[in-house]
Design a protein around this ligand. Sequence first.
Ligand SMILES: [Zn+2]
Length: 164
Amino acid sequence: MAVKEIIQLGHPDLYLTCEDVKQEDMNRLRPVIADMHDTVMDFRLKHGFGRAIAAPQIGLNKRLVYVFVDEPMILVNPVLSDLSKDMISLWDNCMSFPFLSVKVKRHKECTVTYLDMNWREKSRHLEGDMSELVQHEVDHLDGILAVQRAIDDHAFAIRGQERN
Ligand SMILES: [Zn+2]
């Protein structure tokens, strides 16, 4: 088990655009994905939330996301499409700022196209929780944090003390 340190808000590496994963990177990335799993589980034990992590949050500048909601989902080079006009607003949180909540708007539905561990292209239509989650994670790959998506000046709260 290798729990990685999660890079925290303010670190310049969180604002970089990540590079595409290449097929020849995949063998090297398998243990990294195991570390991402361990890091999410460790975070959940400590903080009571946490569904996914993007590679740049553990210092790897690659377009790779690990999601664990009921079952693991590994997104290599994910691309979003079919973003719905319907938006949802929600208090978002992030492992890179575990004590802060930010009110953001996300597309209610979207489609994510990605490669799996065996370099097969997959596509999934997402709604609700999964839709907003994957939008948050793909933002990480473009160096965008939820704080940059805040809907207004008052869209910040201590996590657990959100008012509306
Ligand atoms: Zn995040």
